[in-house]
Design a binder for this molecule. Structure first.
Ligand SMILES: C[S@@+](CC[C@H](N)C(=O)[O-])C[C@H]1O[C@@H](n2cnc3c(N)ncnc32)[C@H](O)[C@@H]1O
Length: 246
């Protein structure tokens, strides 16, 4: 018997469920989530624009097809994703998060802010990335990924040569890849992996480039936790290098 992709892949995330959802959250999961779920093809690639089609009977004059596609891996409670979607209504944003309570939290933000440019993959981001066409994502975010600090768990860290290569395939030339962490060893790990990867370059010129979160980078819940506990996060901006033309 198989249970899908998790059978043949190492699981990278911690838990899928936390406390029981409140009735309002459960209602959003039952009634709103099905309209926003990404539908992955059984085989081959999907067309990102198809995922953001708005049902004709609910379409409004303000609904414009996305000019750009962004991707957030592990959005947690969805504060950053919702703030980006609100600030950038002409960008279509994919969010991936297997933790049900996080998905319910993002759904509440989507409903409260009336967002129409968000689609959710409530599972492993690697499956969505594998189904995206080459050079289809204009910006990606990996904010406060699970650090898996023990060296025997290092293979569970999202930043790895394999995942960076998958991500580089779907990023457009010069696309920005933002990574934040409050974990000293993850910071070293992520920097070393990204600096040696042939498809990414780090644009930082001075310490404030990575010590200070830029104004167009909304905060997250984990970031606040880290700050409350006295840890100073780092905010990296990498670029996907230009592809060589044939
Ligand atoms: C430490 S939390 C940070 C959440 C959020 N980005 C924040 O800053 O508040 C890391 C999140 O990444 C999610 N995650 C881990 N591996 C993932 C994967 N392979 N695909 C999608 N999400 C993943 C976890 O479920 C968890 O919610």
């Amino acid at each position: 018997m198989t249970n899908g992709p998790e059978d043949h892949k190492r699981i990278l995330y911690g838990r899928r469920r936390g406390h029981k959802l409140r009735p309002g959250q459960q209602e959003l999961v039952n009634n709103l989530l099905p309209h926003l779920l990404v539908s992955l093809p059984d085989e081959g690639m999907m067309n990102p624009a198809d995922q953001f089609e708005i049902e004709p009977d609910t379409r409004t004059a303000n609904d414009s097809p996305g000019n750009a596609f962004w991707l957030e891996v592990g959005f947690g409670g969805g504060e950053h994703l919702a703030a980006q979607a609100e600030a950038n209504p002409d960008v279509s944003i994919f969010g991936c998060e297997p933790f049900e309570n996080g998905v319910a939290s993002l759904l509440a933000h989507i409903e409260n802010k009336g967002l129409r440019n968000v689609r959710i993959h409530n599972d492993d981001a690697r499956d969505l990335i594998a189904a995206l066409p080459e050079a289809s994502i204009d910006r990606a975010f990996l904010l406060f990924p699970d650090p898996w600090p023990k060296s025997r768990h290092a293979k569970r860290r999202f930043v790895s040569a394999e995942n960076l290569t998958s991500l580089a395939r779907v990023l457009t030339d010069d696309a920005e890849f933002r990574v934040a962490t409050d974990h000293v060893s993850y910071c070293r790990w992520a920097l070393s992996q990204l600096l040696k990867h042939p498809d990414f370059s780090w644009q930082a010129e001075c310490a404030s480039d990575w010590r200070v979160r830029s104004a167009d980078w909304p905060p997250t819940r984990y970031e606040q936790k880290a700050l409350d506990q006295g840890r100073k996060p780092v905010y990296f901006k990498f670029r996907r290098k230009m592809r060589e033309s044939n």
